[in-house]
Design a protein around this ligand. Structure first.
Ligand code: SF4
Ligand code: SF4
Length: 321
């Protein structure tokens, strides 16, 4: 059975040994990602001066395509700008967030959904991530297809909002300001991917929001608890500003979802780092309904050489909004 990792572009040797341990923080990974964006000579400049070797080597891919190996003791963390903070309209400076979903690895564990629901205090029927069974014709084998807001570069949803409650940020994320939203649902109708949900203020959902509103790790930017408003995947902007991968990426046991920065040409699932452009070229990455011109910032890798045989879902997926 193929592992799908033959397409790996770069990966730290230590990460391979730590596969069974908890996922590495994006902060640690981001120092590798930072190295990717640097020219070979510049890589040396991010080293923190000579320190005693601990024997651990890290490979960095330079901008000109050369692999360089450095001692991990001599690499310091890149400071991630967190100025986006609580200002929902301000993107993280210098970033263009991008997502890649490897369909060959998805076995519908629903861990991404559970991680997202907890991070944002959502209860069904509100779900920002859906994992759909896909099968175009009977002769083809079905496969699982995680779907969420794609943070389109040409988003029809933002164009129809009469009160500028949903908008595109400089870092590529499309956000919704729930204190401004009037609940007209125009954006829901405009989104060709059905990525948005309406909060009808169901009592159990409202009580759940109230109970968990001060939980650690809750995203302060999005306010889906404002009933009578529309919400959707926000791309975990507060985590990303701190250099932490979104909950869906962290929770997936199969490493299906990759997140990263198009400006750095790098994506990671917490265990592996890929050069975005090479990954998309070599694995024939595509965007859903690309001909619509929405320019999603989410790419799919086709489900060839799958890691798992297809199994029907144990749980029924929510079909309501
Ligand atoms: S996927 Fe839908 S909601 Fe998300 S940016 Fe694109 S059009 Fe808007
Ligand atoms: S539901 Fe809210 S975000 Fe969507 S178009 Fe109407 S006001 Fe804008």
């Amino acid at each position: 059975m193929e592992t799908g990792k033959e397409n790996k572009i770069i990966k730290s040797e230590s990460a391979a040994n730590e596969k069974a341990s908890t996922r590495r923080g994006f902060l640690k990974l981001s120092l590798l990602a930072g190295g990717v964006a640097l020219a070979g000579a510049e890589v040396t400049r991010m080293l923190a001066g000579p320190k005693t070797s601990n024997g651990e080597k890290i490979k960095l891919l330079s901008k000109d395509g050369k692999l360089v190996e450095v001692d991990s003791a001599n690499v310091h963390a890149v400071v991630v700008d967190s100025t986006a903070g609580t200002n929902i309209r301000q993107g993280v400076p210098g970033k263009k967030f991008v997502r890649v979903i490897d369909l060959a690895r998805c076995s519908n564990e629903r861990a991404c959904i559970e991680g997202c629901q907890k991070q944002h205090n959502l209860l069904p029927p509100i779900e920002w991530i859906k994992v759909k069974k896909m099968q175009d014709v009977e002769m083809e084998s079905p496969y699982w297809f995680p779907q969420m807001c794609y943070h389109c570069d040409n988003p029809p949803c933002t164009k129809v909002c009469p009160v500028d409650a949903t908008f595109k940020r400089s870092d590529g994320l499309v956000q919704t300001d729930n204190s401004r939203c009037i609940g007209c649902k125009f954006c829901m109708a405009a989104c060709p991917y059905s990525a948005r949900s309406f909060n009808f203020g169901r009592p159990e959902q409202t009580a759940y929001f109230e109970k968990h509103k001060d939980d650690p790790g809750i995203c302060p930017t999005s306010k889906p608890e404002n009933y009578g408003t529309v919400s959707k995947c926000d791309g975990c902007p507060d985590d990303m500003a701190k250099g932490i991968l979104p909950a869906c990426v962290r929770k997936c046991p199969n490493g299906v979802i990759f997140y990263g920065d198009e400006n750095e040409d790098t994506v990671s699932n917490g265990d592996e780092i890929f050069q975005l452009s090479a990954l998309l070229t070599e694995r024939a990455g595509y965007r859903q309904f690309d001909t619509l011109g929405t320019k999603p910032r989410t790419y799919y890798l086709p489900p060839v050489k799958r890691n798992f045989p297809f199994q029907e879902a144990k749980e029924k997926h929510n079909t309501q909004e």
